[in-house]
Design a binder for this molecule. Structure first.
Ligand code: SRM
Ligand code: SF4
Length: 514
């Protein structure tokens, strides 16, 4: 690297150039022995994220561990191991389903990490490259392989993508120093279950000359500085290893040109869309073709996203005769060790030992024999994880917020649930209304995708600074997905209920309960 190039690097790039993120893999045993207080600050706060280990300044010594669950498919055995891990930490231990149909464990201690990693490996789980400048969890339809309307079963493709990106979970130096985080989603259903519009690369089903494959959208992302909807790359690929090869080529082009295109200077201008802006789509496409060593087919004129987005809650017949899958509402996506054990047990007893996670932070149990449904529905866990919650509670989504995240400006999860429950009790609401809460403008809770989006902010009220939100509306998901926009600024959380109530009555057909 030249002096000029390196002097322009941002702080994170400089730290990565000094020592690669993945290097801490070899040091984990040592870190566990010396204890977290003795670990170098940059290793502790930054590089450990390459292993999925997140130091939480809000709860020092109690770490968050982010897994990778490609396509949101997890077995009962895997869930059981995760439950055992969080159980060790008593009340501090819990797990969250994330907005990328993934799991994060909470309360974990650094000294236990080598042992935890051995346990995870024994059941085929990995946490590698799940944070910082890496490709995040690969998302796909949660009902892949069981949805009667499905076009392409994306499970194997997502697993292959993960294996390519992470070198079978061992860590892959080739794709671990990207200019920024990177999101890939592969949709096989008709309802855009994966939010194609907010992924850096999204594959959506489309027929080309009678053959089923994917149109490719690129550059979508949300951030504090800019939010961009994914745009067509004008490429179609068949539903086979070309998906993996195209992803490899896009990642290579992004990785290798980040420096020359200025992406490694400012973290705020480093996502894939900035490279597309810099070059234009035509050159970007050419570079990708050059890297792949072949020309790509033009996009099919239309894709097959024809349905509104499903939330998969409740009982649904599978494409396999005699079986149903059941979607359970996990309030705020939060599990205790006990609910994880119980969910794993139910999937084992009634299903085939498998659970699916959704980007709505809920869980499905597939392969329940229809004749066993009645008994299944009487299981005590379903009192906590309802299959038919009230309309707002059903659809509310929230990022981590102030309880564990040091970027947070406000507390989110508890507040979001309470608000949804109270409004459900006070209003008749015909349809679901998706309220997305996010504790800061990073928008991990995807505020711009909500019918109503709320982004945490500080507000002045009665000469005091209090927790508040900026309100977004107009977000659409599914077949005509579009990002919502800011409609009202600086609403104190104490005043929010009244504002939401009016909004729900005026724009979403709600009426007051009498
Ligand atoms: Fe996120 C950073 C949590 C999905 C945009 N995100 C963070 C960190 C790691 C910050 C930190 O170190 O504390 C948060 C960890 C808090 C914690 O303790 O849980 C965090 N993000 C989450 C999760 C857990 C929210 C949730 O409750 O579900 C989601 C984990 C997904 C996963 O399994 O990997 C999560 N984050 C998202 C999404 C939604 C999505 O992918 O659909 C976005 C917007 C989409 C996107 O990335 O384009 C998102 N997170 C960010 C950003 C802004 C990125 C940017 O380009 O500026 C940051 C900050 C950053 O990267 O600098 C961030
Ligand atoms: Fe933390 Fe902000 Fe992401 Fe919420 S949106 S998890 S507060 S970084």
């Amino acid at each position: 690297m030249t002096m000029t190039a390196s002097s322009k690097l941002n702080k994170i790039e400089k730290a990565k150039a000094e020592k690669a993120g993945l290097a801490v893999k070899e040091e984990l045993e040592h870190f566990a022995e010396i204890g977290w207080e003795a670990v170098d600050k940059t290793d502790l706060e930054m590089r450990l994220k390459w292993l999925g280990i997140f130091y939480r300044p809000v709860t020092p010594g109690k770490f968050m561990l982010r897994l990778r669950i490609p396509n949101g498919v997890i077995t009962s055995a895997q869930m059981g191991v995760l439950a055992e891990i969080v159980q060790r930490y008593g009340d501090d231990g819990s797990a969250d389903i994330t907005t990328r149909q993934n799991l994060q464990l909470r309360g974990v201690h650094l000294e236990d990490m080598p042992d935890i990693f051995r346990q995870l490996k024994s059941v085929g789980l990995t946490t590698i490259q799940s944070g910082m400048d890496n490709v995040r969890n690969l998302t796909g339809s949660p009902a892949a392989g069981i949805d009667p309307d499905e076009l392409i079963d994306t499970r194997e493709l997502n697993q292959k993508l993960q294996d390519m990106i992470t070198n079978q979970g061992e860590g892959n130096p080739t794709f671990t120093n990207l200019p920024r985080k990177f999101n890939i989603a592969v949709e096989g259903a008709r309802d855009n279950s994966i939010h194609a519009e907010i992924n850096d690369v999204a594959f959506v089903p489309a027929y080309q000359n009678g053959e089923l494959g994917f149109n490719v959208l690129i550059g979508g992302y949300l951030s504090a500085q800019r939010c961009a909807e994914a745009i067509p790359m004008n490429v179609w690929v068949p539903a086979n290893d070309d998906v993996v090869e195209l992803s490899r080529a896009i990642l290579t082009v992004y990785n290798d040109n980040g420096l020359a295109a200025g992406l490694r200077e400012s973290r705020a201008k480093a996502r894939l869309m900035w490279l597309i802006d810099h070059w234009g789509m035509e050159k970007f496409r050419e570079e990708v073709e050059k890297t792949m060593g072949k020309s790509l087919a033009e996009a099919a004129p239309e894709d097959e996203i024809t349905q509104d987005k499903k939330d998969h809650l409740g009982v649904h017949p599978q494409k396999q005769d005699g079986y149903s899958y059941v979607g359970l509402h996990v309030p705020m996506g939060r599990f205790s060790a006990q609910t994880m054990f119980e969910l794993a047990r139910l999937a084992e007893v009634y299903g085939m030992g498998e659970i699916r996670l959704t980007v709505e932070q809920n869980a499905l149990i597939p392969y329940i024999k229809n004749e066993n449904l009645e008994t299944f529905l009487t299981e005590p866990l379903l009192e906590q994880f309802s299959i038919n919650p009230t309309p707002l509670t059903r659809s509310v989504i929230s990022c981590t917020g102030a309880r564990y995240c040091n970027f947070a400006i406000i507390e989110t999860k508890q507040r979001a649930l309470k608000m949804a429950q109270e409004l459900d009790a006070e209003l008749n609401i015909r349809d679901r209304v998706r309220i997305h809460w996010t504790g800061c403008p990073n928008s991990c809770g995807q505020a711009q995708a909500g019918d109503i989006g709320l982004i945490g902010t500080k507000v002045r009220k009665n000469d005091q600074t209090v927790e508040g939100v900026n309100l977004y509306t107009g977000g659409k998901v599914g077949k005509e997905a579009k990002l919502g926009t800011l409609t009202e600024k600086s609403i104190a959380c104490d005043d929010l209920k009244g504002v939401l109530k009016n909004l729900l009555i005026e724009q979403f057909g709600a009426t007051e309960k009498v």
